[in-house]
Design a protein around this ligand. Structure first.
Ligand SMILES: C[S@@+](CC[C@H](N)C(=O)[O-])C[C@H]1O[C@@H](n2cnc3c(N)ncnc32)[C@H](O)[C@@H]1O
Length: 318
């Protein structure tokens, strides 16, 4: 057994398995395979059912061949972006699924592998791509994006209070020479922050690294196409479960589920409905499900996790 296998603790594992209401003959999608923690639990509950696993990181696909080896007769692995979910389902010959899970963000093995450039603790070339075949790297973002763009992403995606000062420091430094490594970037970020901010419990570069990672991977842009394709391809009664780790992601998921759960949008003054719009899903989590004390003690990463679940409506019941 390889040591990397267990470096990712699956978040809200029991809650996701409950939410998906897995049937042994059902068809399921894990759109964020990672180290296959959730996929293993799904795969072992299937008999004649199928599980389609997607990840944009080839390392996840390779690791899953070993992790999911006992169940490969019912598992299909696809290297790709879940924003192209419709194509992945078609490629796998799946017309409709009974449950889909998306556990967003990065996996611990991605953070732990210093060479990937996600970590502000270890020196590496500025990369941060989940998909090593994608064209945009952190090096490009840091060295080529304008001051305004850098400030915007640091502020919006990182909720970084010192976004203007950090963006200015990056632009000033790159005028001397290109910024090449993670620890060089950490020094620049720290140089733009007041001493009190450097003494805070959280690492001073944490928010900026998160922001750059979200930008490099287009993490927010991938959500709307994934959410609408997921709902479109769920069978009636099928469940969609999404775990987010960032308030912007959670807002996108919450609003999409709310919008899809709304029926008629005619003005109240209309005597009869003319829009004909029917709800596509029922939201099962008015408030998101969060981790309990036991999980939080074991896995600090679970602290910001929020699970939202919706169920596909049966058009004949409406
Ligand atoms: C938090 S981890 C998933 C962990 C997994 N549930 C487990 O239990 O091991 C997120 C994974 O999703 C992948 N990922 C993130 N965004 C993606 C996207 N748009 N398309 C496909 N995979 C994505 C990442 O590469 C990473 O491996």
């Amino acid at each position: 057994m390889n040591a990397m296998e267990f470096t990712h603790k699956s978040v809200l594992l029991d809650e996701c398995i409950d939410a998906l209401k897995i049937r042994p003959d059902g068809v399921y999608v894990d759109g964020t395979l990672g180290r296959a923690g959730h996929s293993r639990e799904i795969a072992q509950r299937l008999t004649t059912g199928r599980l389609l696993c997607i990840d944009r990181d080839m390392a996840a696909i390779d690791a899953a061949k070993e992790r999911l080896a006992p169940w490969m007769d019912r598992v299909t692995l696809i290297h790709g972006n879940f924003s192209e979910l419709g194509d992945a389902l078609q490629e796998a010959g799946i017309a409709g699924a009974d449950g889909m899970l998306f556990d967003l963000g990065v996996s611990s093995p991605q953070l732990d592998d210093a060479s990937r450039g996600f970590s502000y603790m270890q020196d590496a070339p500025l990369d941060m791509r989940m998909d090593l075949t994608a064209p945009l790297t952190a090096r490009e973002v840091v060295n080529a994006w304008s001051y305004e763009e850098l400030r915007r992403i640091l502020f919006e995606y990182g909720e970084e209070r010192y976004a203007p000062a950090i963006a200015k420091a990056i632009v000033r430094r790159r005028e001397i020479a290109p910024i090449e490594t993670t620890l060089e970037l950490v020094d620049i970020i720290k140089s733009a922050m007041p001493p009190a901010a450097l003494r805070e419990k959280q690492h001073p570069a944490k928010r900026s690294f998160q922001a750059i990672r979200i930008a490099v991977n287009g993490e927010l842009d991938a959500l709307p196409p994934m959410l609408s394709a997921a709902v479109e391809h769920l069978n009636p009664g099928g469940r969609l479960a999404v775990i987010t780790f960032h308030s912007l992601e959670d807002r996108i998921v919450k609003r999409a589920m709310q919008d899809l759960s709304r029926g008629c949008t005619c003005p109240p003054a209309f005597p009869v409905c003319v829009c004909g719009k029917k709800p596509k899903v029922k939201v099962l989590t008015r408030k998101p499900i969060v981790s309990g004390e036991a999980e939080l003690e074991e896995n600090p990463r679970a602290r910001s996790a929020k699970l939202r679940v919706a169920e596909k409506c049966d058009p004949f019941d409406l």
